[in-house]
Every structure is written in C-alpha cells, then in structure tokens.
Design a protein around this ligand. Structure first.
Ligand code: AMP
Length: 122
C-alpha cells in the first residue's frame, strides 16, 4: 500500500511543476533549477528553488550533484535579486526529513525575505 504522504520524488507536486505539468509563474529558470512562489508565504518574499532532476532532499544529494547543489544556491541568490530583496537580505532554508520539517519529499530551497526574520527557528 503506497504511503500517500510520502510518494516517490517523481510523483510530488514539485516534480510536476519541474516537468511543467502544472501552470506556474516561473521566477527563475536555468538548465538545472526552476523557481516559483510558495503558495503559503511566510514572509513578503517567499520563493522555492527546486532541481529539475527529482531528488528527495539535501541528504539524498551525492558528489555527482555538486553542480546541482551550487545551482540551487546561485538560483536562490538570483531569485532574491529579481524579487528586490538582495539589498535587505534573505534566509535560505532547506528542510530535510521529518525533524527538519520537510513536508514535500522533493528537494526545495526556501528563499525568504522582505522582513526581519527571527532566530532560532521553531
Ligand atoms: P517544506 O515544509 O520545507 O517541505 O516546504 C514545503 C513548502 O511547499 C511549503 O512552504 C508549502 O507552502 C509549499 N507548497 C506546497 N504546495 C505548493 C505548490 N503547489 N506551489 C507552491 N508551493 C507549494
């Protein structure tokens, strides 16, 4: 019996967005990553950067994914510039696994900005 809350990487909503199967306003895209707005923003700017290749989370990356890992960070910075928060600053968050608070099992970087963010996280 498949676990509906824990589908294979390729069956998640983000996989469908990466495959352009879901209409999405694309904020940034290159050959490795694609960025779009979070549907439930936690800050005035809240975008997600995902790999086009399905990967479950940060912990599933391998040394073969070095370029992809870099592309996620560089894409996050580019999204911040495009959304006008590079000057005021951002926080990039990668939740991985259950204790990390990951709810969608497809690698994604949160790009948050537009207000001062508190620390530590909950
Ligand atoms: P996480 O808890 O780190 O797995 O983050 C998942 C994020 O995905 C949450 O911030 C959700 O609001 C966001 N989200 C879920 N479905 C969508 C969607 N269809 N489009 C954009 N963001 C989504």
């Amino acid at each position: 019996m498949p676990d509906q809350n824990n589908p294979p990487d390729g069956d998640t909503i983000f996989a469908r967005i990466a495959r352009k199967e879901v209409p999405t306003e694309v904020l940034y895209e290159d050959d490795l990553v694609i960025a779009f707005r979070d549907v439930n923003p936690q800050a005035p700017v809240h975008a997600l950067v995902i790999p086009k290749k399905p990967v479950r989370n940060l912990l599933a990356l391998t040394v073969e994914d070095r370029e992809l890992a870099g592309a996620i960070l560089l894409g996050s910075a580019e999204v911040a510039r495009r959304l006008g928060v590079a000057e005021t600053g951002i926080r990039v968050v990668l939740n991985a696994g259950s204790d990390g608070g990951q709810t969608v099992p497809y690698l994604h970087a949160h790009v948050l900005g537009g207000r001062p963010l508190t620390w530590p996280p909950g």
